[in-house]
Design a protein around this ligand. Structure first.
Ligand code: PHE
Length: 439
């Protein structure tokens, strides 16, 4: 599952078979949790784990020299006349994360299997768009906001339950003078892009399946969508235009769906033989601007994934490295410079399988519950987790699952004993918390 795709139509389809059931494990939570110095009560849907909570104070996107910080400042310097924010609190209400942005009540992103909740009315933001209304309400017309975001997900080299996004937005007056400004800006950007060495596959700004909003003049919407694309193509040229490769960079625009933009798009970059999704964007829906008390304006917003882009630019092969405190990682980078990461060594991996019968009468354990449990035991020593088998016993109707956990440290060789201990803890927790029966 692509991290940016979680709120798009594609993800919607993939999730539709999921139920809202979570094998929630209330017994493991104290009555209160302390986060950034404040205390919060827990309830029956609390599902944040200690390993997730430990990431909240780290703020790697603000550490001098860290690749994510350098990338953030390069993007900020590309938008010099925008306001730049990077210190918003990650704890938000579900209202702010979803309702203000017109997410339907039954959107899968709201479920406890996909998002981290402190309690019913407080969660870790799943995207930087959660702050759109707050920033527009301040009267900001052009702004960038960088933040850590949290999503329950599978474990592999390009997924991590905490990652960083950068939200950007630009509003114009929805009148002749505003549109003249958009046209001038579009002219300037088009001229600049003519000289680029990137190949951009484009699609119409507006199509029947990706409609103009009812309250918008189609000509205005077209101009603003064009402005959005030109502005982002120019950013992509800034970021990828000078990568020393024989092949020109290939970028493609595709249609997308987000509840809070229309028309909506995604951008993918061709990297190591695969199309990688790096951002979602679109023309901001009217209701967001109405809630923000913004009148007579029209504009766009985008949200991009910083890790994905940094992995391409720095050739960083594993997303866990962004959290490394190893000097062999950190000392390679200079503030403000993009350099190619030199792997210090690839240490051996060791996999272990665990098969179990799910508790009688319950739905199979959710992948994300299993992954969070493993992450909590093994931290960044787990490289990936895959379900390798599942079936339902024809007579007893009990379901069985088998997962393969691949352990590998990025810094050292793991001993057999150490891995066995980790695996033992995984098995113990699994039986304690989810009442499964090991096979
Ligand atoms: N918030 C969206 C995501 O995380 C990305 C997005 C931002 C889309 C702004 C449209 C506008 O997937």
């Amino acid at each position: 599952m692509l991290q940016l795709r979680i709120f798009s139509a594609v993800q919607n389809c993939r999730c539709s078979y999921r139920s809202f059931h979570s094998s929630s494990v209330t017994s493991k939570y104290a009555d209160t949790l302390e986060i950034l110095g404040d205390k919060y009560h827990t309830d029956e849907i609390t599902n944040v784990t200690p390993s997730i909570l430990s990431k909240i104070p780290l703020q790697v996107h603000k550490q001098t020299g860290h690749p994510l910080n350098t990338l953030r400042s390069i993007i900020e310097s590309h938008y010099p006349d925008f306001s730049h924010f990077s210190s918003f609190n990650p704890l938000v209400t579900p209202f702010k994360n979803f309702d203000e942005l017109a997410f339907p009540k039954d959107h899968p992103g709201r479920s406890v299997t996909d998002s981290y909740y402190i309690h019913k009315n407080l969660m870790l933001r799943t995207h930087t768009s959660a702050h759109e209304v707050e920033v527009f309400s301040k009267g900001e017309d052009k702004w960038l906001l960088t933040a850590d975001v949290y999503r329950r997900d599978e474990i592999d080299g390009s997924h991590y339950p905490v990652f960083h996004q950068m939200e950007g937005a630009r509003l114009y007056s929805a009148d002749a003078s505003g549109m003249k400004q958009v046209e001038e800006d579009n002219e300037r950007l088009s001229r600049h892009l003519k000289m680029s060495n990137i190949i951009i596959e484009d699609i119409p700004h507006i199509s029947p399946t990706n409609p103009v909003q009812r309250t918008h003049d189609p000509v205005h919407s077209e101009l603003v969508a064009k402005n959005l694309k030109l502005s982002l193509n120019s950013l992509l040229l800034r970021l990828f235009g000078s990568t020393a490769s024989e092949e020109p960079l290939r970028v493609r625009w595709i249609e997308a769906y987000f509840p809070f933009t229309s028309p909506s798009f995604e951008v993918e970059v061709f990297f190591r033989g695969k199309w990688l999704e790096i951002l979602g964007c679109g023309v901001v829906i009217q209701s967001t601007l109405d809630i923000s008390n913004v009148e007579g304006k029209i504009g766009w917003a985008f949200g991009l994934g910083l890790e994905r882009i940094a992995m391409i630019l720095y050739s960083i092969p594993d997303i866990r490295l962004f959290w490394s405190t190893d000097e062999r990682f950190l000392s390679q980078f200079k503030d403000g410079e993009i350099t190619t990461f030199k792997p210090y060594s690839k240490f051996p991996s060791c996999f272990k399988d665990v098969s179990f019968w799910n508790a009688q009468g319950s739905a199979p354990l959710h992948d994300n519950d299993f992954c969070d449990l493993v992450r909590d035991v093994a931290g960044d020593l787990v490289e990936d987790v895959k379900m390798i088998d599942s079936f339902v016993h024809p007579k007893t109707n009990r379901s069985s699952s088998c997962y393969r956990i691949n352990y590998r440290s990025m810094d050292r060789s793991l001993s057999n004993e150490e891995v066995n201990e980790l695996q033992k803890s995984v098995v113990t927790r699994l039986t304690d918390l989810f009442r499964v029966e090991i096979r």
